[in-house]
Design a protein around this ligand. Structure first.
Ligand code: AMP
Length: 401
């Protein structure tokens, strides 16, 4: 069920409303620390401008209260950065579809760019069906483009009600290039993986990833488990986990996943642990399930890293969500690094390798592997939902090819 993309519309002389995901991290003084999400939307924006269109962009940023303008969540720094990246002036509207947006959108020249203020300044955004808010946005443009992959799993107004309203008014609603690419990579990996298909799942909690583990166990050849979630599996097998992060109420579930997974589910054989959450702590490598009292597991051990790397190097498809340990705190980045290295090697040998958004993407970027894999997703929650086998209502609402 392919969706039309921005390439299928003719933006010449038209105004195109693009929902982007410009929810970028900023430091305390409002300086953008990672502009990847802005850069990833450029192909869609440029495609509209280069063909004589006008682009009106809308996004959320952070979690304002939904009660009007809050300076800390303004899109002003984002509009500035976008202007630098595009090399053209970018206008910022003071509201989201209100009088200022209408006036500034109407005044845009061909090739002009307008950024609306944070959609989440409006209570109608989260509510999803506030008629006046939706109508204000829908009236701004002749066509709608969804290029906000990181938000595709949320049916907020700008993601769902607005394209639905625009379609009802006979206007096209299509996907942007980023959404198209993300969905192609993630859905194809699941639908027709080149085998062996290896999933690597880490991060803090089993509870966040139950649906992903369950779905991937039914389609993958190997599911490798790392991160703190491995200790809940260890508890389920009667192991000792010291003061590691565990979820005692998920032990039964971990036991079921072990039984369901059989030899597909691969658990760590050793653990790098420490007596405090610090690089200066006393550290030791122990067998999995033998973490001493007073110690906590902070990374997979070297033998596990070797085994996982061997499996990954032979893969045809790899999907990876969640770091193998506390990669932010060396030396507990070693397991994540070894896995990243093997994923890069598999990619070089022709495997399709996909890194889920969020912390795994941050780890791969931080360790310098972003250019050595097939695809780094811009969406944490969104990529997880696709790996769970879910479809997006927001994308389903767009025009078919
Ligand atoms: P998640 O958001 O669930 O993907 O988890 C990512 C976070 O899990 C990162 O900040 C890691 O530092 C953390 N993490 C990974 N392994 C461990 C561990 N063994 N103990 C504590 N935190 C961990």
């Amino acid at each position: 069920m392919a969706k039309q993309s921005v390439a299928d519309i003719d933006p010449q002389g038209k105004t195109v409303l693009v929902r982007v995901d410009f929810n970028v991290p900023q430091d305390d003084s409002g300086v953008i620390t990672d502009d990847r999400r802005i850069r990833m939307a450029l192909p869609t924006i440029r495609s509209i401008l280069d063909r004589g269109g006008k682009a009106v962009l809308m996004s959320h940023l952070g979690r304002p209260a939904g009660k009007g303008h809050e300076p800390a969540f303004s899109l002003a720094p984002v509009a500035n950065r976008l202007g630098e990246l595009l090399g053209t002036p970018v206008v910022l509207a003071a509201d989201t579809g209100g009088a200022d947006s209408q006036a500034k959108a109407a005044a845009l020249p061909a090739g002009g760019v307008l950024v609306l203020e944070n959609v989440r300044f409006n209570k109608g955004e989260k509510k999803g069906d506030d008629a006046a808010y939706v109508a204000g946005l829908a009236a701004l443009a002749d066509a709608y483009v969804n290029d906000a992959f990181g938000t595709c799993h949320r049916t907020e107004a700008s993601m769902h009600a607005v394209p639905v309203a625009m379609k009802a008014a006979g206007k096209p609603a299509v996907s942007g290039f980023l959404v198209e690419k993300e969905i192609r990579y993630l859905s194809d990996a699941i639908a027709k993986p080149k085998r062996p298909f290896v999933a690597i799942l880490g991060g803090k909690k089993v509870s966040d990833k139950i649906a992903v583990i369950t779905n991937l166990l039914s389609i993958c050849d190997h599911v490798l488990i790392g991160g703190a979630m491995a200790y809940t599996f260890s508890l389920a097998q009667g192991g000792k986990t010291g003061k590691s992060l565990v979820e005692p109420d998920k032990v039964e579930l971990a036991r079921e996943l072990v039984a369901k997974g059989g030899s597909k589910l691969v658990l760590p054989v050793d653990t790098h642990c420490a007596d405090a959450f610090s690089a200066a702590a006393n550290k030791q490598v122990v067998k999995a399930g033998a973490i001493p009292e007073g110690f906590e597991g902070l990374d997979i051990g070297p033998e596990t890293a070797r085994r996982y790397a061997d499996i990954i190097r032979g893969a045809g498809t790899v999907v990876w969500n969640g770091p193998m340990g506390v990669f932010e705190l060396p030396p507990f980045d070693a397991g994540t690094k070894a896995v990243a290295d093997a994923v890069a090697e598999a990619t070089a040998k022709g495997a399709i390798t996909i890194i889920g958004g969020g912390d795994s993407a941050a780890a791969v970027e931080q360790l310098g592997y972003a250019d050595k894999v097939s695809h780094v997703s811009t969406g944490g929650g969104a990529s997880l939902e696709l790996l769970e086998g879910k479809a997006f209502e927001t994308v389903a609402a767009l025009d078919e090819k």
